[in-house]
Design a protein around this ligand. Sequence first.
Ligand code: 3PG
Length: 400
Amino acid sequence: FKTLDDLDVTGKTVLVRVDYNVPLRDGRVTDATRIERSKPTVDDLAERGAKVVLLAHFGRPKGQSDDRLSLGPVTEAATAVLERPVAFADNCIGPAAEAAVAKLAPGNVLLLENLRFHAGEEGNDPGFADSLAKLGDIYVDDAFSAAHRAHASVEGLARRLPAAAGRLMQQELEALSRALEKPERPVAAIVGGAKVSTKLDLLGNLVGKVQLLVVGGGMANTFLHALGVDVGASLCEADMADTVTDIVKAAKANDCDILLPTDALIAAELKANTPYETVSIKNVPSDRMILDVGPATAEHIAKRLGACKTLVWNGPLGAFEFPPFDSGTNLVAEAAADLTRDGRLLTVAGGGDTVAALANAQALERFSYVSTAGGAFLEWLEGKTLPGVKALQDAGSPAV
Ligand code: 3PG
């Protein structure tokens, strides 16, 4: 696909799909990471004299206007973070949007109201995509984290205007490709989180691609249970036993080593600073829950990572929101960060909770690459083709 380097943007109106689906509390953005990560694209375009029109969604308003999901409050944060004035239009199509675009001078930036106030966005409606397309000359997709949605602003636009990937999209795709498509081996994956059932496709894909698969979090209990270990009162999907057996078989057939906890932190309830014990995984009492991997397991994972060249991390190893059940994640994250610093391990992480868990471990900035994507990162780990990426690839668009 094309990138910003392939475009002549001077004096042109460039529609840039960004992901400004950021956390907002009392009208203020509490984490502006996604806005920060869009800055290189906005800077590049504005400095080259493009009129920059930012398209974004916010929350899930289901095709209707909803004041609580307006991108208005995000405009203020965008102005601060992008370090340039960002104008706002209270509709993403129609006269309000057209008038706001008409007012732009080269180098100006405009953010349009929530795309999802129109049902045509999620429906990838041709009429809606046409209304967006007529606002600009060129389309740039910088929203990898929304690339799993075949929506009008993601998919439809790329098929209507000359299309290119923005800097963040480019960076995400390059990092992800280095992690799984063309990685340096051995490759390890850490997969955590509550349920096996939500990560079946992901596990199925990974066992064919990585040499070491570390399973943590609630998911590990389901694996242990399926292998005949008594996990006491732990979160466990007993009905997934056959599925787990299949995953274990597929792993063996592909020379992928699955690493499960050998010890654990257990407690009677899930609460911060609740009394806990460290036990062998074989000795979990029936009234206790496994809430984190134990220190021996964490040390062992760290040691095994020392022999790997690439790590993909999705999901915490324990209930990290409730210390001390962040200990396992913290220890392994620290080890991975050290290996990254020494140039021995390429570390790529992503997906909702993972970023919070690594931030809690103070390891986030020390990883090679942290994706801004939640659901899109998961779908990519599942080996799926993301419609937004496919549309860019197909575009191979006419020279502009
Ligand atoms: C995200 O926050 O992961 C993206 O913005 C996609 O949002 P969605 O799950 O509402 O499509």
